[in-house]
Design a protein. Structure first.
Length: 486
């Protein structure tokens, strides 16, 4: 079976590779890996873990609830006690439940921001973070071994498993919301309540932000909050091209500004009152500045190779350590587990900060953005403009090129290093990094990154410049080089 774990789990097209049979086989491999006493070896865990307890959740995609029930059946048949979410829930809610219930692992049925035809599995470690590459590798080994030995999955009748206490339905939101009350100042929000639009993009974040803001005086209009496994025909990804509905709602007066979460609500995007998209780069930079200047918090800043260097400039201003990682929140989570990290995030919208689980959380970041606007007693537009005056300007774009044939990452990387330019857009190339793909860093702190996606057959070209003209020059150069590769 062509099943491999990518940057954040396994994703495939429904009824093609993502079938009930394949899912059961994957779950059996997960159960085998969990049964090995080395599963959590080396993990820096503060709590006592129940090695036979697993949390299972699911999003709003087609058949996700049925898939989750099958996962629960297989795990129960292998002797695990399964806490199965009673309804669709955001990935960070399930991740927090793993940590809160002292479970050994979690399984989330979701394809996150991918197109509606996809579904997938996100595997969570005991800390609530994504499973490590080593843990995922063990699952793949068991999967291949079981297939070669023609060994099928263990199965148990769902109702019998429930009667025997091996499958337990639960509501993961209650404990999660209580936890958020330790991280978000709802009293401050209540002092300056906001009129906002929440765009859930038909995902499993629906109703969560609106529900937790009840009693604060905020006027919350939620759009695209109903069940729609087709996601209205779009990718449920909170980027500008898919947020026309949010722009329209703000334009018609449904709210002054808005936040958006992706299909499983571990990513964040925002829209100001003028209809400008506020990307995760700016949201992360705003949050870092707020946590230091308003809360007086300290700690390291961790960002992926594809995330804004505004974070670096802020960290330098505050005297904070700064770390760069490959793409994927699991790399950020490694730092959050082992070191004193103030904030960690990636350009795709997965961001988290001190006191929370090492997992990107669109719900948390939407709420801290609301708190920031309330505290500043100004508009989101003005907050962003002030940020850019201090540590900008910073303009960012990304293009995705569909691959016609597989790309050998090592050969691509070496070729881009060997053919590195001396200048782009009139600025000298000062540094070439091969941490994840190839990144050219320019004299004015602009940069260009070319890398293959870890979850899709796509080559990504990222660019951040100090002017729109520089971004255009970077993308033109990157797209020309990438086109020859694809």
């Amino acid at each position: 079976m062509p099943i491999h774990f990518g940057t954040d789990g396994w994703r495939a097209v429904i009824s093609d590779t993502f079938t009930f049979d394949n899912l059961r086989m994957v779950t059996q491999a997960i159960a085998d890996a969990l049964a090995n006493e080395t599963w959590n070896n080396g993990a820096a865990l503060e709590q006592t873990i129940d090695p036979r307890r697993v949390v299972v959740g699911f999003d709003t995609r087609f058949l996700s609830d049925r898939y989750a029930s099958e996962v629960a059946r297989v795990l129960a048949a292998n002797g695990f006690t399964v806490y199965l979410s009673q309804a669709d829930a955001p990935t960070p809610v399930i991740s927090y439940a793993v940590h809160n219930l002292n479970a050994a692992a979690g399984v989330m049925i979701t394809a996150s921001h991918n197109a509606p035809r996809y579904n997938g599995v996100k595997l969570k470690a005991a800390s609530g973070s994504s499973a490590s590459p080593e843990q995922c590798r063990r699952v793949e080994i068991y999967l291949n071994d079981n297939e070669s030995q023609a060994r099928g999955p263990n199965l148990m009748d769902f109702e019998i498993a429930r009667q025997n206490g091996l499958i337990r339905r639960f509501n993961p939101l209650t404990a999660y919301q209580e936890h958020l009350r330790t991280l978000i100042d709802f009293d401050l929000i209540a002092e300056n309540p906001q009129r906002i639009v929440v765009d859930s993009m038909y995902g499993s974040g629906r109703g969560v932000i609106r529900g937790i803001l009840q009693g604060t005086g905020c006027e919350v209009t939620e759009i695209r909050g109903e069940m729609n496994p087709g996601f209205g025909g779009i990718h449920p990804e909170p980027i500008a091209r898919y947020l026309g509905a949010l722009t329209g709602a703000i334009g018609t007066g449904a709210g002054n500004w808005g936040v958006a979460t992706d299909g499983d609500a571990d990513r964040i995007g925002a829209m100001d009152e003028r209809g400008n998209f506020v990307d995760p780069h700016k949201i992360m930079a705003l949050t870092l500045r707020y946590l230091v200047e308003k809360r007086g918090w300290r700690g390291a800043a961790v960002r992926t190779v594809s995330t804004t260097r505004m974070i670096d400039r802020l960290a330098q201003r505050y005297g904070l350590p700064i770390y760069e990682t490959p793409v994927g929140f699991n790399h950020i989570a490694d730092y959050m587990i082992k070191e004193d990290v103030l904030i960690g995030g990636e350009e795709s919208g997965g961001i988290s900060f001190k006191g929370h689980i090492p997992e990107g959380d669109g719900i948390l970041m939407g709420l801290i953005l609301i708190e920031m606007v309330a505290a500043a007693q100004t508009s989101l537009y003005e907050l962003v403009q002030n940020l850019l005056e201090e540590v900008g300007p910073a303009f960012y774009e990304r293009t995705d090129l569909r691959l016609r044939h597989p790309v050998a990452k090592d050969k691509m990387t070496q070729r881009l290093i060997d053919q590195a330019p001396t200048q782009i857009g009139g600025e000298q190339v000062l540094k070439v990094s091969a941490m994840d793909g190839v990144k050219y860093i320019l004299a004015d702190d602009s940069w260009l990154l070319i890398r293959p996606s870890g979850t899709e057959p796509v080559l990504r070209v990222y660019a951040e410049g100090r002017s729109p003209e520089m971004v255009k020059a970077l993308l033109n150069y990157g797209n020309e080089i990438a086109a020859n590769i694809t």
